[in-house]
Design a protein around this ligand. Structure first.
Ligand code: KIV
Ligand code: NA
Length: 286
């Protein structure tokens, strides 16, 4: 299958086809995501908490993220790969952000775009300046607005955004417009009221990919660990994350069965899970 290009994606957007993006963190999840038919595969820094056991995405080291991106790229398939820019890879300076993005693009020609969490125009100006610098160097950028988890402290926690005051709603719209003006080819809207996300989508000429933003965006993304309940039944799952499977529970149950069968002497079964040796060979050996 031919690899998906960004013009394939924007072509689908122009045809008003809903875009699908699936997160992946390693070779296994990337194989699943590639087989799913999703247009885009996001190697998100959500891997920090949902796959690597860190407390927050800000704990994720850049080198570790790159290892995971590398393993995702080893999975064959047509989806275009988007690499998140983790916390610490762009905050120091524009130059540092550019070199981090170059390092991500260098991992594989399959990396089609980076994703950058954006702040407020006129306040967090470096984020928009970085988008301009990257796009001028031929590195496509997907913006990320609304709930931007790397900025959880300054946003007052992981919560719905732009639903408190008119100013907040206006600021989100202006941020999305600024993302477009700075050169983003698409923008993720996370955890924002559905009617605002729909309105912003209508105002933009670039696609919006929603997560917890309702059905009015140009596409949807969910975190794979939430959708498949990889961390088991007890793990936190946000309201907007529909559960499509309970793989964590199924895995725990299967492994417990293996353990019990070994302990009871029920596995392996002679002749079924074992190799045989011819009698004459065995006699000669003895
Ligand atoms: O890291 C991630 O998975 C993301 C998505 C939630 C958009 O940024
Ligand atoms: Na992310």
């Amino acid at each position: 299958l031919a690899r998906t290009t960004l013009s394939d994606i924007t072509g689908r957007y122009a045809q008003r086809e809903p875009l699908t993006m699936c997160t992946a963190y390693d070779y296994i999840t990337a194989r699943w995501a590639q087989a799913s038919g999703a247009n885009l595969l996001l190697v998100g820094d959500s891997m920090a908490t949902t796959a690597l056991g860190y407390d927050a995405p800000t704990d994720l080291p850049f080198d570790e993220f790159k290892q995971h991106l590398r393993s995702v790229c080893r999975a064959a398939g047509p989806a275009a790969i988007v690499a998140d820019m983790p916390f610490g890879s762009l905050e120091q300076s524009i130059e540092h952000g550019v070199s981090s993005a170059v390092a991500l693009m260098k991992i594989s020609s399959k990396v089609t775009s980076v994703k950058v969490e954006l702040g407020t125009p006129g306040v967090d100006t470096h984020t928009y300046a970085l988008v301009q610098e990257l796009t001028s160097r031929g590195i496509p950028v997907m913006g990320h607005l609304g709930l931007t988890p790397q900025r959880a402290h300054s946003l007052g926690g992981l919560r719905v955004q732009a639903n408190g005051t008119v100013e907040q709603a206006v600021r989100l719209l202006e941020s999305a417009q600024q993302a477009q003006a700075s050169g983003c080819w698409a923008v993720v809207l996370e955890c924002v009221p559905q009617r605002l996300a729909t309105y912003i989508t209508e105002q933009l000429q670039i696609p919006t990919i929603g997560i917890g933003a309702g059905p009015g965006t140009s596409g949807q993304v969910l975190v794979i660990a939430d959708m498949l309940e990889l961390l088991g039944e007890g793990a936190f799952r946000p309201k907007f994350a529909k559960r499509y499977a309970q793989l964590g529970k199924a895995a725990e149950k299967s492994l417990a069965q293996f353990t019990a069968e070994v302990q009871r002497g029920q596995f392996p079964v002679k002749g079924t899970h074992t190799f045989m040796m011819k009698d004459d060979l065995w006699q000669e050996f003895l």
